[in-house]
Design a protein around this ligand. Structure first.
Ligand code: PEP
Ligand code: MN
Length: 325
């Protein structure tokens, strides 16, 4: 639902009501007028109250807010416009940065395939404290050296505020992981940074919670946010998570951030990455993030959901064959 009014008084009154009732909303500016976009479901009674409140007219009730949102979703970074509608960006790299050799093989192969974005974890949020936790600063150095050599943009995860300063020296885009989507103090801190943020959906987060997490970042001034659908927990056991691809069209109706899909974490199975990538393209996603490893069987994390180099090449060649790419 959208409330639009010529007069600020009208909107203020309604914002007060929404606050009192604990209803979630976003405020956007269009043609220098404020618009309130209500992302919660509203009952009829509340819709009526909000409508009656508008002295100066006019209220618009609609199922989707997309026509009032920024149609040209993109992020701006150093003169570049990235992840805009109509593009399908590929982010690829290992789950964890492990050693120089691994990163060199990945770097050279991504470059051959014209991939623009390299990923890799240096600080790893592992389910078990006994698993590999990442190479930290040494890992960041290895990632950055490949980026310099082949002219990639770097994406890496920041797990806590104390890491921001260090990671800022190495990354182009900060990744906030699924487990941290509800970490509002980290979201606010990253909202004060100048660089873009890739925000992954919490594994049990509703669309509304996901949008509001992005709004936490935006509320501090950083509007360069990319959402990432990465699968949610369901009862199904054949996949690690259930990739919720309808997140893409639905979030495009409700929010004005680019959205990409992570088929590696979203399925937990390398053999499902290809169909998941193809399906993501069809939903209108602005890209995908894929885990790649020279020898997935020996990977220190997430080998079972990583493509080897040959399978990755095959996938990229297929993507390039689709008309419109
Ligand atoms: C990752 O992308 O490395 C990762 C840990 O993903 P998620 O936060 O979605 O689990
Ligand atoms: Mn991983």
């Amino acid at each position: 639902m959208i409330i639009f009014s010529e007069k600020h008084q009208d909107l203020n009154q309604n914002i007060k009501i929404l606050k009192e009732k604990d209803i979630n909303y976003l405020i956007r500016n269009q043609d220098n007028k404020n618009i309130i976009i209500i992302i919660s479901d509203l009952n009829k009674e509340l819709k009526n109250i909000l409508t009656e409140n508008l002295k100066y007219k006019k209220i618009l009730i609609d199922d989707s807010a997309d026509q009032y949102l920024n149609k040209n979703r993109y992020i701006k970074y150093k003169e570049n416009t990235l992840f805009q509608d109509g593009t399908f960006e590929i982010i690829a790299g290992p789950c964890s940065i492990e050693n120089k050799k691994q990163m060199e093989i990945i770097g050279i192969n991504l470059a051959k395939l014209d991939i623009k974005f390299i990923r890799g974890g240096a600080f790893k949020p592992r389910t078990s404290p006994y698993d590999f936790q990442g190479l930290q600063k040494e890992g960041l150095e290895l990632l950055k050296s490949q980026a310099k050599k082949h002219d990639f943009f770097v994406i890496t995860e920041v797990m806590e505020s104390s890491q921001i300063e260090l990671i800022n020296n190495y990354t182009d885009i900060f990744q906030i992981g699924s487990r941290n989507m509800y970490n509002y103090s980290l979201l606010k801190k990253i909202g004060n940074q100048a660089k873009p943020v890739l925000l992954k959906r919490g594994m049990s987060a509703s669309y509304e919670e996901f949008i509001l997490a992005a709004e936490y970042i935006q509320s501090q001034g950083n509007k360069n946010i990319i959402l990432c659908e990465r699968g949610i927990r369901t009862f199904e056991k054949k996949t690690r998570f259930t990739l919720d691809l309808m997140a893409v069209p639905i979030l495009k109706k409700l929010a004005d951030y680019p959205i990409i899909v992570d088929p590696s974490h979203g399925t937990g199975r390398w053999d499902l990455i290809k169909p998941a990538v193809m399906a993501s393209y069809c939903t209108g996603a602005q890209g995908v993030m894929i885990e790649v490893h020279p020898d997935p069987d020996l990977a220190l994390s997430d080998g079972f959901q990583s493509l080897n180099i040959d399978n990755f090449k095959d996938l990229i060649n297929r993507i390039n064959m689709i008309e419109g790419f």
